[in-house]
Ligand binder design. Structure first.
Ligand code: ADP
Length: 466
């Protein structure tokens, strides 16, 4: 099982302490090694100096051995000396060494000078410098001079002790400091979390306080606020949509009820009943159309996936026009579909729905006996364009930006009479946007209105139809 502290604060502190401890241990080790090397060098220098001094002060003694001049000098109490003839006879040994040796007689292959360590029986560590020198009367002698390493070891041990005791104290202080710092650094997050917890669907207008907009937490708060803003907008849209949809559904239902009630109250001719049932069915149709539109939009909102296949846009436009032919004929209008046989990867159902809505609007708003034109072409930029042009009153400037909104109608009463709930253009707009395209409203046109579907360039070619 992997242990993982639940709180970021604890995790941060543990990481901080672990890294700091590692750095401190490395630093202490390096310091100890450096100090040891330095002390050893100093000691070796001391041994070297003592060796030089001893070399000059070894004199022949009466018994053929050697004696050390001034060996009782208090300054040299810490020095140990040994002299060996090259044939292995002990010529001199500091009295304090007793029977112990600094390394014995010279080996045959002994280097001229060497430095090493020996430990006496009582545990005293010595640094020994050995060398073969010519002393009094030209005798070649192996001289060994030693100094105690005790001082060096003592100093080194003291530092080691200091570091070993100090390190945990330093780490504990650092851990406390780290914990406190992490707490301070994370406190704004905690405050943000508490504020965010209080925000629900009822108070989506509330925002998190941005303490410092330039730091990371400020950035987080701003991003969160931005999300809240979008959420608030979406909620608002949803509320409006639900309210509008209920309202739109209520109107025909009220009408059905009213017509039914009136028909029931009076004793009337069968023809009168038939008329009532007819108008009730008309309202039912309206409800059905509205429910269809709502379904399309809710699927669109849920992220409906397009089934794109290569299609002739001209054929699609002709198909949509054919479906509305009867409506146009009722008003004595003609729908003219012409243009290039542009082929593109589209979802035929979605695009046909967009075209039907645009042509239906054109029929509704054009005067009787006029023609409606649908043109298909490929623009020089490679975009595929379908234009639906009518002879209607056009769309006043102030409504142009809003007509694609859901339930938006220029003249609500008239539009409702014509069966529209203000969803036609928003459905068309969704279908085109889902293809990566856009719907433009041509404001320059001298005729009524021109709605232009612009689809992004498609890899599929075209064929000119005359
Ligand atoms: P509806 O489904 O009620 O027709 P739409 O979303 O299709 O609603 O259209 C929104 C509004 O835009 C309508 O109320 C209508 O007044 C206006 N409109 C749409 N197309 C045209 C057009 N071709 N000419 C004039 N006005 C139009």
């Amino acid at each position: 099982m992997r242990l993982r502290p639940a709180h970021v604060r604890t995790r941060l502190t543990l990481w901080y302490v672990a890294v700091l401890a590692l750095v401190l241990v490395l630093y202490a080790t390096a310091t100890l090694a450096f100090l040891r090397a330095n002390l050893l060098r100093e000691l070796d220098n001391g041994v070297h100096e003592a060796f030089e001094a001893v070399e000059d002060r070894l004199r022949p003694a009466s018994d053929g051995a050697l004696r050390l001049e001034g060996h009782d000098d208090p300054a040299e109490r810490s020095i140990f000396v040994e002299g060996w003839s090259l044939d292995g006879k002990l010529l001199y040994r500091s009295p304090r060494l007793g029977q112990e040796t600094l390394g014995g007689p010279a080996q045959a292959a002994a280097p001229r000078t060497s430095v090493g360590s020996v430990t006496l029986r009582d545990g005293l560590p010595l640094r020994v410098r050995s060398g073969i020198r010519t002393v009094a009367e030209g005798r070649r002698v192996m001289i060994r001079v030693a100094r105690s390493e005790e001082q060096l070891r003592h100093e080194w041990r003291e530092l080691l002790l200091g570091l070993t005791l100090g390190l945990p104290v330093a780490i504990v202080i650092a851990a406390w400091g780290g914990y406190w710092l992490a707490g301070r650094a994370l406190a704004p997050l905690d405050r943000m979390a508490r504020q965010a917890k209080r925000i629900s669907a009822d108070n989506l207008q509330d925002r998190l306080a941005v303490e410092n907009p330039d730091d990371e937490l400020g950035h987080l708060a701003r991003v969160f606020n931005h999300s809240l803003e979008r959420l608030e907008q979406s909620f608002g849209q949803l509320r409006r949509f639900t309210a509008d949809a209920s309202h739109e559904l209520r109107t025909p239902l009220t009408a059905i009820r009213a017509v039914g009630e009136v028909a029931l109250q009076e004793r009337a001719e069968p023809a009168r009943y038939r008329e009532a049932i007819g108008s009730m069915l008309e309202e039912v149709d309206r409800v059905a159309r509205l429910v269809d539109s709502l379904l399309i939009l809710s699927r669109a909102d849920a992220g409906a996936v397009l089934r794109k296949e290569p299609h002739s846009l001209l054929e699609l436009a002709r198909g949509a026009a054919a479906l509305l032919e009867i409506l146009a004929e009722e008003k004595g209008q003609q729908i003219e579909v012409e243009g290039d046989d542009v082929r593109a990867e589209v979802d035929a159902l979605a695009l046909r729905r967009a075209l039907i809505n645009l042509i239906d609007n054109a029929i509704k708003h054009s005067p009787r006996e006029r023609s409606i034109s649908v043109k298909v072409r490929r623009a020089p930029s490679g975009e595929n364009v379908i234009e639906v042009e009518d002879d209607g009153p056009g769309i006043p400037q102030e409504h142009r930006t809003r007509i694609f909104e859901r339930f938006y109608r220029i003249d609500a009463a008239r539009s409702r009479d014509e069966g529209g709930a203000g969803l036609g253009l928003s459905i068309a707009n969704w279908a085109v946007l889902a293809h990566g395209g856009r719907i433009e409203l041509d404001t320059e046109s001298s005729r009524g209105s021109t709605f232009r579907i612009v689809l992004p360039p498609s890899a599929i070619g075209e064929r000119r139809v005359s």
